[in-house]
Design a protein around this ligand. Structure first.
Ligand SMILES: Cc1ncc(COP(=O)(O)O)c(C=O)c1O
Length: 425
């Protein structure tokens, strides 16, 4: 461990307003990671000894291989330990905490989250999840009957449903396009969105990482195209945040939502909403707030009583994430995905619904001709004790496979063998 990082953690532990990692788990992990301090992302990707240390602090099921980490992530030991401690401390003086300390702690956590996201703290809100983040925007925008919103058939169901409800309620038209599974280049994807825009289009929803295939979309280029036509851009970064290393402003969306309980590995019920400063006034608060100016993002924070310990644990999750290193994490997740997809590509009857190279990271989707996704997921679990999820939609049919930082190549070898056996049988 570099001296600066070690001393930062000690200082944080000694004087921070926010509790930090529990001493036992964190100290032990820190010591074990010291020899890997200089490990580059490329070097780390395939360094099993580094990841075996990380594996030690993740809880895992004993009786099956979990390759369905896309729903949500388990908290690593240090975060879980801190989370429990936050509960204990707050619970022992609940009202006092809520009245005297909660606001300062929220400000401190927002500062850390904003730093991780690469944006000012007065442009973010901590929410419960992406559904809430983007719902706040979808329902808070002044959308009128003649307006159109563009989205795609691989966007997440909850966002599509929220737009459909707006359509019923306000008469807005939802324009749902299909996007290619294996785009030739970024321009093909940008063009696919551009073709759907008319003079009535007000807003465009785009997923940074498609949840059912893992495809990463060229959001910045899509946003540039949309902005040039006067269209606002909502980015669904549920799966990309803290999975691939990026700063929110780089995508140039006007509104962005992310789920922190996915790849930042916080406790369940933590999300991020980012709104560009000059767009804050375009969103009405769902719960009412007139005590702050219209361009003050805190107008979206009147959400009632909620579990403060989850918010505190975001800070602990950020520290764990930084200890691994965002770039090393991205490199490892992509390495694991490519490890198994490279070995099944070309096997008779097997097809991949996920593009190659940097158009994907940890998530991929695979199908076997002649088997439904449900049959394939069931066989993987029942016969091989490998847990995945069936994706049976019009554009995508296959099982989604999502390894995690604790996944070993040995577990992926078992997956490769299982897919081969199923394709042959
Ligand atoms: C792309 C995408 N958007 C949004 C969501 C919703 O996330 P949450 O349930 O945390 O709101 C998910 C969940 O898997 C997702 O994959």
């Amino acid at each position: 461990m570099q001296a600066s990082r070690r001393s930062f953690l000690r200082t944080a532990a000694a004087g921070a307003a926010l509790p930090v990692f529990g001493p036992r788990v964190l100290d032990a992990l820190e010591r074990r990671l010291e020899p890997f301090d200089q490990l580059s992302p490329a070097g780390a990707a395939a360094d099993e000894s580094f990841w075996s240390e990380i594996r030690k602090v993740f809880p895992r099921p004993a009786d099956y291989i979990n390759l369905e980490n896309g729903y949500s992530s388990p908290q690593p030991g240090p975060t879980y330990e801190a989370f429990q401690r936050h509960q204990q401390v707050i619970n022992s003086g609940l009202s006092f905490y809520m009245r005297r300390k909660k606001a300062d702690d929220l400000t401190a956590v927002k500062k850390q989250l904003a730093e991780l996201a690469g944006c000012p703290a007065d442009e973010i809100v901590i929410t419960r999840n992406t559904t809430e983040s983007l719902g706040t925007v979808i329902h808070g925008l002044d959308l009128a009957p003649k307006d159109e919103a563009v989205m795609c058939d691989q966007d997440y169901g909850s966002m599509l449903e929220q737009f459909r409800q707006q359509s019923r309620r306000r008469g807005l038209t939802c324009v749902e396009i299909s996007i290619p599974l294996h785009p030739r280049d970024d321009e093909e994807m940008v063009e696919t969105y551009a073709k759907a825009i008319t003079s009535r289009t007000k807003v465009l929803l785009v997923s940074h990482m498609v949840n059912i295939t893992g495809q990463i979309l060229p959001v910045r280029k899509i946003a540039a195209m949309a902005h040039a036509r006067g269209v606002a851009v909502i980015v669904d970064a549920a799966h990309s945040f803290a999975h691939v290393a990026f700063f929110v402003p780089e995508l140039d969306g006007d509104y962005l939502g992310a789920s922190l309980h996915k790849w930042l590995c916080t406790p369940l019920g933590a999300g991020l909403l980012h709104i560009k400063k000059d767009k804050i006034r375009t969103v009405w608060p769902l719960f009412g707030e007139t005590s702050v100016p219209d361009d003050d993002i805190r107008k979206l924070e009147r959400i009632g009583t909620h579990p403060s310990w989850t918010i505190l644990a975001i800070a602990d999750a950020i520290r764990f994430h930084k200890m691994i290193g965002p770039e090393r994490k991205e490199a490892r997740l992509r390495y694991l995905q490519q490890y198994w997809t490279d070995r099944v590509r070309g096997v008779a009857k097997v097809y991949l619904n996920t593009p190659t190279g940097t158009r994907a990271c940890g998530i991929a989707n695979v199908g076997i001709a002649g088997r439904t996704p449900g049959q394939m997921a069931a066989a993987l679990f029942d016969t091989f004790k490998i847990y995945t999820v069936a994706i049976d939609t019009v554009p995508v049919k296959g099982v989604r496979v999502t390894p995690h930082l604790y996944t070993t190549t040995g577990e992926l070898d078992a997956l490769v063998k299982a897919i081969g056996d199923l394709a042959r049988s």
